[in-house]
Design a protein around this ligand. Structure first.
Ligand code: OOG
Ligand code: MG
Length: 252
């Protein structure tokens, strides 16, 4: 088995068994790291999961500062990662889960690599407030850029709130992430590349360049607007996005 395939298997197993693994250690190029990610997701697809879209990472300064990584990255979403609004999530399926506030786009048609803001807007079926549960498979939630890319950008689960009309203006919307009724992180959708639509335009490019262009029905998570917070059993998480509504989940 090639090195890339060996690492993909190790990370896929770590995610399945919710056990932390050491950082990769070998020097991988960024292309190698994305190849690991593609192979690890291919293992999930072979088990029957289906592609659901992509997630963008480190699109806000708050996230880059929290994790010490300076580049925008992306990962793949599958249907098995989706959790319904207001559900209870068993934290035993994760290593050390955190949650962060996001904006999601749901697409009604395909997007090529290079699109204008108007073209990107025209492909949106709906926008929704969203929560992403990230769960690095690396010990202590510490990683390099290539480590986190190989580990599918820490993606583990996501929750979408009620979808709003596609022309809802997602620019500069207040976002409040609370735990047990207390505001923990307060931010704005403007933290996401200045405007979440920029993240969608970038998502179109990276997905097309990877040979998996965005298509009808795909979900795109634009990236955390604030730092992520750690989850604990018994916690009740809620996100309110001004004008767009709220969503949440309970942890057990
Ligand atoms: C990597 C994932 C980053 C985001 O929204 O910025 C991300 C991590 O923080 O572990 O999902
Ligand atoms: Mg995220």
């Amino acid at each position: 088995m090639s090195l890339v395939a060996t690492i993909a298997e190790r990370l896929d197993n770590a995610a399945r068994d919710a056990t932390a693994v050491p950082q990769i250690g070998e020097t991988l190029t960024l292309d190698d790291a994305y190849a690991v990610q593609r192979l690890s997701i291919a293992r999930r697809l072979a088990r029957g999961e289906r592609r659901a879209g992509i997630k963008m990472g480190f699109t806000s300064r708050a996230k880059r500062v929290q994790m010490g990584v300076d580049d925008v990255i992306w990962g793949r979403l599958t249907d098995a990662m989706r959790v319904g609004d207001a559900e209870t999530i068993a934290l035993g399926r994760f290593v050390h889960p955190r949650v962060e506030p996001e904006i999601a786009f749901i697409l009604k048609r395909a997007l090529p690599a290079h699109v204008s803001a108007a073209e990107a807007l025209g492909a949106i079926e709906a926008v929704a407030p969203a929560l992403e549960i990230i769960d690095s498979r690396y010990r202590d939630f510490r990683f390099s850029l290539t480590d986190v890319v190989a580990d599918n950008a820490s993606s583990s689960a996501f929750v979408l709130g009620n979808p709003a009309r596609p022309d809802f203006d997602v620019a500069n919307r207040g976002m409040i992430l609370s735990m047990n009724g207390q505001a923990m992180e307060i931010g704005s959708s403007a933290a996401i590349m200045g405007h979440p639509l920029r993240s969608l335009i970038t998502a179109a490019r990276v997905a097309a360049e990877a040979g998996e262009p965005l298509g009808e029905g795909d979900i795109v998570l634009a990236g955390g607007a604030t730092a992520a917070i750690a989850l604990a059993p018994g916690a009740w998480i809620e996100l309110e996005v001004a004008g767009l509504g709220q969503l949440g989940f309970a942890c057990e």
